[in-house]
Unconditional design. Structure first.
Length: 242
């Protein structure tokens, strides 16, 4: 989780569930829910990562619905899970979040993270407009470039993943929701980008007051700009670290 400070509306008396606790379970949760994977799928999803502490209240499930009653929890945390959910299961999964609790927190990697890392077990490119999530299913025809970038990050310089913590606002989405979760599944990538994302790449001489949503370049051009800037940064990094 990259934005723990954004979890603000958990009361002392709240019954809290965390879904997919991973290596670092959220300490305030009372119950943890994880999917039961085969050993092969467990390795694919989590690699060699191990949970940093034992969980006494860990529940496993195997179907599409969660093994809890309606509104059994006051708050549900779902951090870095939605990007793993299969297309046919995503609507049900999001519906289950709002069925078992009235409030919660969602965190996901965004499209910029995926275009840099192309994590194989992440199925979606994700963007947001405020608290509305936009999901676009990954396509496999661009994996040559994306897998090359992933190799640079995870096998050439093991310190590079710390980039994500330093620039977390650029690579991740995190927000609380109440009663409902606003989202859409889109065919294209245009809805994955917005003015706020592009502003993070602006040069000092550009006046953001003159920018409008209509003046933004198409998504494909924007991706080319981002890739060029990131690749340039990688080249500069390697030049000074070798």
């Amino acid at each position: 989780m990259f934005f723990p400070e954004r979890i603000r509306f958990i009361r002392k008396s709240d019954h809290v569930l965390e879904i997919g606790p991973g290596a670092y379970p959220y300490p305030r949760a009372n119950v943890y829910l994880d999917k039961k994977f085969s050993p092969e799928e467990q390795l694919a999803q989590f690699g060699e990562a191990t949970r940093k502490r034992e969980l006494e209240s860990l529940v496993y499930y195997t179907g599409n619905t969660f093994p809890f009653a309606d509104k059994e929890f006051d708050y549900v945390i779902c951090s870095h899970v939605l990007e793993h959910v299969a297309p046919q299961d995503l609507p049900t999964f999001i519906g289950e979040l709002t069925r078992i609790a009235n409030r919660g927190y969602i965190e996901v990697p965004n499209v910029f993270y995926e275009y840099l890392c192309n994590t194989p077990v992440h199925l979606w490119l994700i963007g947001n407009h405020g608290d509305k999530l936009h999901f676009c299913l990954k396509k496999q025809d661009n994996n040559v470039l994306l897998n090359t970038m992933r190799h640079c990050f995870y096998h050439t310089d093991l310190a590079l993943p710390f980039l994500f913590s330093r620039y977390r606002e650029l690579f991740f989405i995190g927000f609380e929701w109440i009663e409902s979760i606003d989202y859409s599944i889109d065919e294209g990538t245009d809805n994955l980008f917005g003015l706020s994302e592009l502003q993070r790449f602006q040069r000092p001489m550009i006046n953001p007051d003159n920018w409008t949503t209509e003046s933004l370049p198409p998504a494909g051009v924007l991706l080319s700009m981002i890739k060029a800037k990131l690749i340039g940064g990688l080249k500069k990094h390697f030049r000074f670290t070798r």
